[in-house]
Ligand binder design. Sequence first.
Ligand SMILES: Nc1ncnc2c1ncn2[C@@H]1O[C@H](COP(=O)(O)OP(=O)(O)OP(=O)(O)O)[C@@H](O)[C@H]1O
Ligand SMILES: [Mg+2]
Length: 306
Amino acid sequence: MAHIWPIGGGKGGSGKSFLTSSLGRLLAAMGKKTLLVDLDLGSANLHTLLDVPYPEKSFSDFIRRKIPRLEDVVLSTPVPNLYIISGAHDTLDIANLPYEQKSKTLRAIARLDYDWIMLDLGAGTSFNTLDFFLISQNSIFVTTPEPTSIENVYRLVRSIYFRRIRQYFTATEFKALEQEVTRKFGEGSFNKPDCIIQTIKTTHPDKGELLESDFNSFKFKLVLNQLRRHDNIALGAQICKIIEKHLGFHIEFAGNVAFDDRVHDAICQRVSFLERYPYTRTAYDLRELSKNIAQSGSQQLLLRYS
Ligand SMILES: Nc1ncnc2c1ncn2[C@@H]1O[C@H](COP(=O)(O)OP(=O)(O)OP(=O)(O)O)[C@@H](O)[C@H]1O
Ligand SMILES: [Mg+2]
């Protein structure tokens, strides 16, 4: 079964697509058959980062049933072992995918035959986007050191947490849960993970146990991208501690990726940064990150959507 890694971050421009393409190149170079799926529909640009000519087929052909099987919209790239599903030409927004199409896509992704699948999810916290994160236990969250970016990544992780809880309940049950939490802990407490989990454990012990086991099985990783020379190198680990404290599950700090002006140059010249500038700090950081991800053990899929 493929290792599926959704990649996201709360904010545009933090480097999700650059990291997705770089990690894809590095995993492919390790001999892993790797697929990158550009789900940042509307502003899809992974193909450009991989120097794939303007794609003749894309994700929307699958959604619009022009191409019935998701595997048939896969394109090869100039990099051996590296494949892409492009989101180009899409006027679709993943946030607006109807329920049936979302479920169909999630199932189709889970069935694809690759060693590694990375989903570039773009910014945003629509329910659909959150469900794509929840397809697997793994996720990579990207932030820059800027407080706005950190705020957004925290909001995204928190939204995923709440979405997971929501997936276990029908609308009526969820409403009743909200009332019970508010009755027990007061106004505003339905925002507090602790109060919700405590209540679920008493009102729905079976679901409480399943949720706890889900949260324990999450292998979330945080990457701090575009770290400049005077930035705090411990910031990433501090963010992880805060998330752990407030949401009660572990998120691993997977590493810093240094800022380098030559990333811009490589993108403009449509060449691989890793190949053109292999001896930079940024390239070193990316290689370390890819090793960290490649070493992450097996996973079980968490497909569950309501
Ligand atoms: N480590 C880095 N050092 C310097 N520049 C970087 C680095 N990572 C990304 N960038 C720059 O940041 C810009 C945005 O990167 P990218 O397109 O990967 O972000 P994104 O998070 O995918 O954005 P969007 O949400 O718009 O899709 C790029 O133009 C790239 O030049
Ligand atoms: Mg992007």
